[in-house]
Structure formats: C-alpha cells, structure tokens
Design a protein around this ligand. Structure first.
Ligand code: GAP
Length: 435
C-alpha cells in the first residue's frame, strides 16, 4: 500500500487535499492522471448502467436538500457511529472496529477508553446569511434521497412505468470518525447509485439477482481479479429490517476485505417514509388499471473513489524478468484495462533535438488524439517506457530515423514488452485491433 500511495503521488494520480497547509484528514485531490482514471471508471459505470439500458434514466440532484429529507430518510435519528478515545495516547477509535474493547490497539494501555459516545455522521451546513438553527441543513450523505423525492417528477416527465431505474453519480459527504486507508474511507466521496423501481408482482427477487449478476459481469469485464472480489450475501440479521435481500461487493485490499458497493432490495421503505413525512403522494399511478401502488426498490450503490482505488491496486504489479544476457531487470507496471487507462497510446520522438523527428512524432500523436487518449513525449526511450508502464499506458509508439526513411514506427506493448514494426498507414488499425 505504501508503494501504491507513493506511486499515486509521484505520477500525479492522487494528492493530499490542501497539502501546503498540512492536509486535511479524509479529503483527497485527484491529479492529472487520477482525474482521468476516475472519470473513466465513472464513464464505464454510466455506460453500462444507463446508456446501454433502455429502462434506466439519468438524474442529477442537488447536494443540499430540504432538511426534512434527512428526517424522513432516518439519517437524522439513526446515522450514527459510536466512538471512544484512549485517555493515554489520545487516539480515537470507532467502537465497532475494536476487536478488544479493554485495551488500546495503538498504545496497549488497559481500560484507558472514555465512555462510548455517539456521533451523527452528516456534515452540517447553513443555508443563507443566518447561521442559526432555522437555516441549518446537511451535505447529503448519499445521492439516493434526491432520486426518491423526485420519483413522481421523473416517472411522469420521462413517461416511465415500473420496472425502470433512475441513476446518478455525485458527491456525498460523511463526517467519518476515522478516515483512513488512503482514499478508501474519506469524508467527501462520489457515489454511483442506481434506484430501480419494480412492481410488486412476484418478480422482484429475480430483478435483484439480475442486477447482482450485471454488476458481477461489469467488474469482470474490466479484468478485476476474480479471486480478490467477492459478493457477500447479507444474512437476515446483517441487513436493515426493511431490506428483503442484500449483497455487498467486496475487494481484498492490502488491509483485508473492504466494501465497494452495496446492492439491496429496500422494499417500499424509502418512498413510504417520504410520503409519510411530506404528506405528498409518491405512488405510481397505473393508467391502464387505474390503480395506485408503491413500487419496490432495488438499489445498487457503488463508491467511485473506492472503485478507482480498486482499479489502481488491482492493476499494480512489480515485475522482475531476466533479459537474454542474464541480467535481472525490475519494473513497476499498472495493468489497467485499456478502457480505464488514463493514457492509451504514448507517442515518442527518439531524440529531443532532432526537429524532423519531433515534428513527425507530434503529427502522429495528433492523428491518434481524436481516437484515443494520447500523450507525446521525447528523450531516452528506456526511461519513457518505464514511465508509461508506471502510469499503465497499454501501447507506446516510437518515431525514429527509420520512420523518416520508410514511414514505419515501433509499437511496444506494456504487457508483453514485445515490439512490432508497423507501417505508418497501418498504425491506427494495428492499435485498434489491440485496444
Ligand atoms: N444509498 C445507499 C448507500 O449509501 P452505503 O453502503 O452507505 O449505501 C454505498 O454506501 C457505497 O458508498 C459504499 O459501498 C462505498 O463504496 C461508498 N462509501 C460510503 N461511505 C464512504 C466513505 N466514507 N468513503 C468512501 N466511500 C464511501
């Protein structure tokens, strides 16, 4: 994990937020490569969950909502964590994370904890110029509620009838007591949530299973190691009383299994809660049978920061190999799926100070740029390959003196490290076949 964190900083994937002021615990910034990586992860989710489905519509709700939203959802009354402080070393722990509640895991002191205290995880804010309780509300701790309160607006305007889904990706905030494990547990993060509404016609569990399978296929299609991913079926005691089924998607992180996504059958709980508190009707009106009913809800809620971190960790490899002269070489490589890789094709000029090579390389890079995410670089080819391996670029194209003579270029594969000589007019096709 230390190596990955160092690489993420060195290569511009992830930086500590407000680093020049000493950072702020639980907040991170995505650098030039990290921002693209995360966008690619979100796009991959959006493509599969929204664009490729004719039964899912897009949504984008506000981060700050009417405070009663959070009363109805249960977050005001029940979104609490319990923590204790060690009186000796002053470290704070989430009570439910402690294996042994009698001795401090950091300093080893016995019976040094304060009484457990409960803490609401929602971040408070004030709306308007008066910072009194009348203007108090929260930054949303999940994006889902924006969808529930708009259920009627959406089904009426998009002319949808259950079964259909509403999806959105957006920021959520939780005042986590112990943020940590890099970007795994943070206080500001992005969620990708699908709320899929179904009629109560006896097929709801089949729909739940279909979404679990779809999400399984999604992770597999981006090459996440199957042995490090599990779909943990929650038992009756592990899920909220209203949930009829639940599956947690978990990844084996360097520190153990961690949740990436929760898929849940939430019954009518959320719409019922908002109807009760607002007094407004959020039922579906079926024109054909002239009946009103509250649809059941299947939810898939994935953390985009955790998924991005998973792609980074899963791709990371330190590899040693023996060259034909018996010399052992080591390289660090990120084996990103080509669709996820921040840079897909890097184009190099063999030399920095040869204008004809530089110009040719820039032309080639410019011709590939509309098709893939490309990057131009120049200099020592060995060093350039190492840098591109470290950022996970699947292919590198080198322009050399032979290119000037016969138009051919060298294409080098990140994974096999093999090099092909390819005629310039075949380059795009060559890359297309491999990407
Ligand atoms: N609407 C359902 C919901 O929010 P959740 O299990 O509380 O369910 C869903 O959150 C996902 O959001 C988690 O699986 C995780 O990936 C992400 N998430 C939650 N809290 C997070 C945090 N503090 N830091 C990073 N991601 C978090």
């Amino acid at each position: 994990m230390e190596e990955i964190t160092a690489l993420a900083k060195r290569r511009g994937f992830i930086f500590q937020s407000s680093e020049i002021y000493g950072g702020i615990n639980g907040f991170w910034d995505y650098g030039p490569l990290g921002a693209v990586l995360k966008r690619n992860v979100k796009d991959a989710w959006w493509r599969d969950t929204v664009e490729l489905r004719d039964d899912v519509v897009a949504f984008d709700s506000s981060i700050v909502m009417h405070p009663l939203t959070w009363k109805a959802s249960g977050h005001v009354d029940a979104f609490h964590d319990v923590f204790v402080d060690c009186k000796v070393c002053k470290h704070r722990f989430r009570f439910d994370h402690l294996k042994d509640a009698s001795s401090c895991p950091d300093c080893g002191s016995k019976n040094s904890f304060t009484e457990p205290r409960s803490f609401n995880l929602m971040m408070k804010t004030f709306v308007g110029p008066m910072d009194d309780t009348s203007s108090e509300t929260y930054l949303r701790p999940e994006t889902a509620q924006g969808i529930f309160v708009n259920f009627k607006n959406v089904y009426q305007t998009a002319r949808r009838r259950p079964p259909f889904g509403i999806a959105q990706i957006g920021k959520s905030f939780r005042n986590e007591i112990t943020p940590g494990n890099f970007t795994f547990r943070v206080r500001e993060f992005e969620q990708a949530e699908l709320e899929y509404f179904v009629p109560d016609d006896g097929n709801d569990m089949d729909v739940f299973r279909e979404w679990v399978e779809r999400r399984k296929a999604w992770y597999a299609s981006y090459g996440i190691a199957p042995g490090r991913l599990r779909f943990y079926e929650l038992g009756e005691k592990e899920r909220p009383h209203y949930a009829r089924a639940g599956v947690d998607v978990e990844y084996m992180f360097p520190w153990g299994w961690g949740e990436l996504e929760s898929i849940a059958h939430r019954g009518t709980y959320d719409l019922d809660a908002h109807m009760k508190l607002s007094g407004k009707d959020l039922q579906f009106f079926d024109e054909a049978s002239k009946t009103h009913y509250t649809p059941l809800l299947i939810e898939s809620s994935a953390g985009m920061d955790r998924t991005t971190l998973t792609f980074l960790i899963d791709a990371y490899e330190r590899e040693t190999s023996d060259d034909p002269n018996g010399k052992t070489t080591e390289r660090t490589v990120l084996r990103f799926h080509p669709k996820i890789a921040p840079v897909q094709v890097a184009v190099f000029s063999l030399a920095r100070n040869k204008p004809e090579l530089v110009e040719r390389a820039r032309t080639v890079e410019g011709s590939l740029r509309p098709v893939w995410r490309t990057q131009y670089d120049e200099g020592n080819i060995g060093q350039l390959y190492r840098r591109q391996d470290e950022i996970g670029t699947p292919f590198c194209v080198t322009i050399d003196y032979e290119t000037l003579a016969d138009g051919s270029v060298t294409v080098r594969s990140r994974d096999s490290m093999l090099q092909d000589r390819v005629p310039a007019d075949r380059l795009e096709m060559h890359l297309r076949e491999r990407l």
